[in-house]
Design a protein around this ligand. Structure first.
Ligand code: 4AD
Ligand code: MG
Length: 468
């Protein structure tokens, strides 16, 4: 009989549960979340990842293969065809009275995802199976939906999507956090006369690594297409083991020509509000789950963000606020040093109680490409801080003046010839432009309430961990 199931169109459980009326001959496929064998019938709660809810399958002893099916283990994969009828059980509109079913892949009794709450640490150790849990089902559905929303936002506004390179010779942020890409033998690399590794012998004829940002190439495209964005993987060999840093993460980087810092902030605010509204409109069930199980008040917080106007404060003012706060922070606050996570959270959570742009940072703590302000000390930078997560966006107006930029590169030790193409843009048709980067995982933490970046990316890479 089993072969007869093949070829029938499969209906997702999401579609099935949304049915407006009873239906016959529905075929579903999924993985058993639980199997409850009773005297009269067996119930299987089936989940296929299309939504949070399970579909209850009702199996009666007269069913062909009943004995095999009723012994299926938690985690087993099966397909079933039957009649969709109103369910007498509470909390589910429909159940499927099975007429035919096939066990495609049984699951041993030691299936690690049993029906109880597991810690996130444990679930990370079974990252190959955690997508089949409620929480991670919801996380990865939202991740997918919101990735689409990112493209929609920019495409609706006429931005060009550019795929910037992953292997690159330039360290955009200048922080020395690039992973090396090389084909030279690690034990016996060719050496130059000075005894250093001779990168000219390497695959690309120079020292290369994985990109820390697509911005520099994005800027080139902005001076041809006006408004562009990138959305791709980004790599940072930063040895910080925090809940907000990953060695591989996804970043969205728009770059806009004929624009300054205020335009940049406006775009960032519209973008974030759009994504949050999109989540509220398209991820209702998953958000309700996060609201109930992960962060009480999450939905209210998102609705508030969608309605609010973001606040802005200069770095100088932020430092004053922190110094006058009467708080004792672990890291001291002084004009000229970078804000730490504890400072950022204090500003966004307690001073303004919502999203906050901090602008005009001291030049020495920001990347070389940011535009120098009139005061000669600060740059036209902005960081967007949000409650719980801290920095979610970093951006700036770019230095478009050839002489100022060349001088800046000299000061920070970047030989101008190493970035000749970047400087060329300032020689031929230079224009004021600005952009920012949104860390996609930081945003997902914000919108789901999940507290660790490892739990919003399918297979996290962090120091000491690249197993899956
Ligand atoms: O502030 P960052 O380093 O800025 C840039 O890379 C610029 N080139 C962006 C631009 O102007 N086009 O990084 C931008 C954002 C941060 O605000 C944060 O959300 C995220 O990227 N981010 C990380 N996310 C996860 N793990 C890490 N290690 C991250 N480092 C930065
Ligand atoms: Mg930053």
């Amino acid at each position: 009989m089993s072969q007869e199931l093949q070829g029938r169109p499969r209906t997702t459980i999401r579609q099935t549960l949304a049915s407006a009326h009873p239906q016959g001959e529905i075929t579903v496929g999924g993985w058993a979340r639980s199997v409850r064998r009773g005297k009269e019938v067996t119930f299987i709660a089936l989940n296929d990842g299309s939504c949070l809810a399970n579909l209850q399958l009702v199996l009666e002893p007269a069913l062909p293969d009943y004995e095999v099916l009723a012994k299926a283990g938690t985690g087993a994969c099966l397909i079933a065809t039957g009649d969709l009828v109103p369910s007498p059980a509470s909390g589910q509109p429909w159940e499927l009275v099975v007429r035919q079913a096939r066990l495609l892949g049984d699951a041993d009794a030691d299936y690690p995802l049993q029906k109880k709450r597991h810690s996130y640490e444990y679930l990370r150790s079974i990252a190959h199976l955690r997508p089949r849990s409620n929480t991670f089902g919801a996380v990865f559905r939202m991740r997918s939906t919101l990735a689409f929303a990112v493209h929609r936002f920019f495409q609706e506004r006429g931005f060009l999507y550019v795929q910037t390179p992953i292997i690159t010779a330039s360290d955009c942020e200048g922080a020395g956090e690039m992973f090396r890409v090389t084909t030279l033998p690690a034990d016996r690399p060719p050496l130059s006369e000075g005894g250093e590794v001779d990168w000219r012998e390497d695959f690309f004829g120079e020292r290369t690594g994985l990109t820390v940002s697509g911005q520099l190439e994005g800027e080139l495209f902005a001076t041809a297409f006006g408004d562009i964005y990138t959305f791709g993987p980004t790599f940072r060999a930063e040895n910080s083991n925090t809940s907000r840093h990953a060695s591989e993460f996804w970043m969205i980087e728009p770059e806009i020509a004929f624009a300054g810092l205020a335009d940049d902030c406006r775009l960032a605010e519209e973008f974030l509000r759009y994504l949050v509204n999109y989540a509220l409109q398209h991820c209702g069930d998953d958000l309700a789950f996060f609201n109930e199980r992960i962060e009480p008040g999450l939905i209210a917080r998102l609705e508030q963000l969608a309605a609010s106007q973001f606040q802005t404060m200069t770095y100088t003012e932020a430092v004053q606020r922190l110094q006058n706060s009467g708080r004792s922070f672990t890291f001291p606050v002084a004009w000229g040093s970078d804000l730490q996570s504890e400072h950022e959270r204090y500003l966004t959570e307690e001073v303004v109680g919502g999203p906050l742009f901090v602008t005009d940072y001291p030049a020495q703590i920001k990347a070389f490409y940011m535009r120098l302000n009139e005061d000669g000390k600060t740059v036209a930078a902005m960081d967007l801080l949000v409650p719980r997560v801290g920095e979610i966006i970093g951006g700036s107006q770019r230095e478009e003046r050839h002489d100022v930029l060349t001088e800046k590169m000299r000061q920070v030790g970047i030989p101008p010839e190493a970035l000749g193409w970047y400087l060329d843009i300032r020689r031929w048709g230079s224009c004021p432009h600005a952009g920012f980067g949104l860390g996609f995982e930081r945003f997902l933490m914000y919108v789901t309430g999940m507290e660790n970046i490892r739990d919003v990316i399918p297979f996290p890479r962090t120091p000491g961990n690249a197993k899956f």
